[in-house]
Design a protein around this ligand. Sequence first.
Ligand code: FES
Length: 112
Amino acid sequence: MNKVGSSTTWVYVADEESIPFGEGRRVRWKDLELALFRSPAGWFALDNACPHRQGPLADGIVAGKAVFCPLHSWKISLENGCVLSGGEGKVKAYPVKFEEGRVYIAFEEEKA
Ligand code: FES
């Protein structure tokens, strides 16, 4: 089967009140586990695995537009998933939208 493109699917993942300001939560979609963050700077989503040793970023400390991994404190951008300090690497970041108290994450789906 050949891939001929992809499409974006917005998936409802959480209600606004389920995540306090400055915290993250694990969310799942299909075989993916993501970390959804409610920062004072907005909503952000990353794969829930630190590029260092797969630490659970959803349990990290949120500071502005970054999260500190709970295992060894690497600082990771919530905007693009790039490691900002502590080491090198990147984790996948996902678009997030917020509408009427509901949070959605955009996923790319391959079309056959
Ligand atoms: S696993 Fe995240 S900093 Fe080590």
